[in-house]
Structure formats: C-alpha cells, structure tokens
Design a protein around this ligand. Structure first.
Ligand code: NDP
Length: 297
C-alpha cells in the first residue's frame, strides 16, 4: 500500500482564501479590519521568523498586523502591561504572544493577561481548561492541534471509536491535540519521554499524531497497515546536497511509513501551513464576534 499524501499546503490555501473573502466582506459591510497583534520578547531567530510569517500572512489576507518587539530582558510587568494594553485596544482583535518566552518570564502569567476574547492562540488557561471539560467550548482552539483535526477531516479519517495515539504531551501541541481527539470520540493514548514500549503502543493506532521533535523516530515497522499519520514534527537535519546544508524532516520516517499507512502528511507541506491558516481564521472569528457585539449594543 502506498499512502495518500495529505496536502496541507492545499488545505491551508483553501482556508486562507475563505478568510480573505470574509475579511473583504467585513471591511465592505462594516468598515472593520481584523487586526492581529504579535508580541515577541527577545531575539530568538526562529521566533522572529514565525512572527514575520504571521505578519506577512495578515497583509496577504487584508488584515491589519501590529508588531511589538520587547528586549530579551523585559520584565514580567512590562510584558503583561503591553498585553493588557492590547487587550483594551479596539483595533486589535487577536493577540499572539510568541512562545517560548525568555526563561525569567512566567509564561502562564503572560498568557493569562491576554483578554479571553482575543486569545486567538487558544493558550489562555481558561481556554485550555474549557477544551479539557466535557460540554464546554473554548473561545478559540489552539492553531496547530486544530490544523491536525482539519487535516484528518480532509481525508475523511474516522475519529469516532478509533484508537488514536498522540506522541508528545506539550501544552501547545500534544496535550490539546489529545483533548480534541477525545472530543471527537476517539480512544486516545498519549505518549511521552517516559512511555515504555513506544513501538508496541504506536502499532495499535488507527490514527497517529507525532509531535516529539525527534527526526524520523517513527519507523515503518512501528505502524499498523492503514493507519492515518499526521506528522507535526519539524526537525532540521544536515544535508550537504542542499544549498543551505540542511533539510527539514518530520518525526516520522516518511519514506518507510508511507508504504504502510493509508494517508500521511509530508514535512514540509503538511501541518506547518495549517498553523498560520488556523491563526488567521481565529483572528477573523474574533473580529466577527466584535461586529456582532457592536450590532447588539
Ligand atoms: P516539546 O519539546 O514541547 O514536546 C515534545 C514532547 O515529546 C514532550 O511531551 C516529550 O516528552 C515528548 N518526547 C520527547 N522525546 C520523546 C521520545 N523519545 N519518545 C517519546 N516522547 C518523546 O515540543 P512541541 O510539542 O513544541 O513540538 C513538537 C514538534 O512539533 C517539534 O518538532 C516542533 O518543531 C513541531 N511543531 C510544529 C508546529 C507546526 O506548525 N507544524 C507547531 C509547533 C511545533 P516529555 O513531556 O516527557 O518531555
């Protein structure tokens, strides 16, 4: 069997196009331009690139972007003050605090100072709490995990009753992905660095989500025939044949696993493009809710 390749770039492009059209309609009908504020603290080059990409995408989709860059030594009070000011600014509909923050800052405190209705990353403790609770709805779903679910839906993967294995339990990917899969009635096993017999557990999976940050860790003989694989991992490996000297690979040995799986995401071109697309969608949703509030007032 050779797996269907799940084209995240194409799915993300469709979402971006829908968002772009709705942004135009909001401007035309209500004079409102959805706005995303990004907060970057320090000079982590990867974070700078992520923030730049998010701002660029805002421009491409006709949204406003407000970039704030604080020095690495910014204090907790300074960062929280900025986030609270943005929470009060009516032109800002979504606030994104780029993680990780420098070590001296309390991440939870900063994230908790984002207004719930502008928490387009979905990382506010209340939003994560609601995601975890039956019958509650978060204001926003975290972008990468939401992208994972949209990709599973794009190939008609049946989540209800499926054995889903999530590799990784981070606050931003593994844990919220597991919660979303539970919400879709999958039977979910979450694995981490202390899990015993990882291949044995992975072999039970009908749906496998890998988010560990270990290049090509999941091998072809770890997976069950027909499994649907979503590879969130983005890892740089040396490759002297490329101009840059490196290339990006996932947490899954794509060439091996695609021979066994029924569907699989590539890296790059799988989950990566979905993250920004879902962020833009969340920002649009925040702006649409604001329009509804104004209409009711
Ligand atoms: P973290 O480092 O925060 O979490 C990694 C998780 O993997 C942890 O739960 C860790 O376990 C677990 N883990 C590490 N090594 C092993 C192992 N050998 N066996 C089993 N579990 C292991 O990473 P993130 O969740 O932030 O990111 C994961 C990957 O996804 C990275 O490659 C990252 O670049 C990528 N990513 C991609 C995004 C996208 O848009 N496509 C967005 C965000 C991340 P423990 O908890 O015990 O430490």
């Amino acid at each position: 069997m050779t797996a269907q390749i799940i084209d995240g770039t194409a799915v993300a492009a469709r979402i971006r196009e829908e968002v772009k059209q709705e942004v135009e309609a909001l401007k035309r009908d209500y004079g409102i331009v959805p706005g995303l504020a990004t907060v970057l603290v320090g000079d982590n080059p990867a974070s700078q690139t992520y923030v730049r990409n998010k701002q660029k995408t805002c421009q491409e989709l006709g949204m406003a972007s407000f970039g704030y860059h604080l020095p690495a030594e910014a204090s907790q009070a300074e960062v929280e003050r900025l986030v609270r000011d943005l929470s009060a600014n009516p032109e800002v509909h979504g606030i994104l605090v780029q993680l990780p923050l420098p070590r001296h800052l309390d991440e939870e405190g900063v994230l908790a100072s984002v207004a719930l209705e502008k928490d387009v990353d979905g990382f506010h403790p209340v939003n994560i709490g609601r995601l975890a609770m039956k019958g509650r709805e978060p204001e926003f779903i975290p972008c990468t995990p939401h992208g994972v679910i949209v990709l599973l839906d794009s190939v008609g993967a049946k989540m209800e009753g499926a054995n889903a294995v999530v590799l990784g339990r981070s606050n931003i990917v593994g844990l919220p992905t597991a919660l979303l899969l539970i919400g879709r009635n999958a039977t979910v096993t979450v694995c981490h660095s202390k899990t015993r017999d990882l291949p044995g557990i992975v072999r039970q999976a009908d749906i496998l989500v890998a988010a560990v940050g270990r290049p090509r860790m999941v091998r072809g003989d770890w997976v069950k025939p027909g499994v649907v694989v979503i590879d969130v991992g983005i890892n740089r490996v040396e490759d002297p044949t490329t101009k840059s000297g490196y290339r990006l690979v996932g947490d899954v040995a794509f060439d091996e696993v695609k021979e066994v799986a029924s569907a699989i995401t590539p890296v790059p071109g799988g989950v990566g493009p979905m993250t920004i697309a879902m962020l833009m969608k969340n920002t649009l949703t925040a702006a649409k809710r604001r329009v509804s509030e104004l209409a009711r007032a």
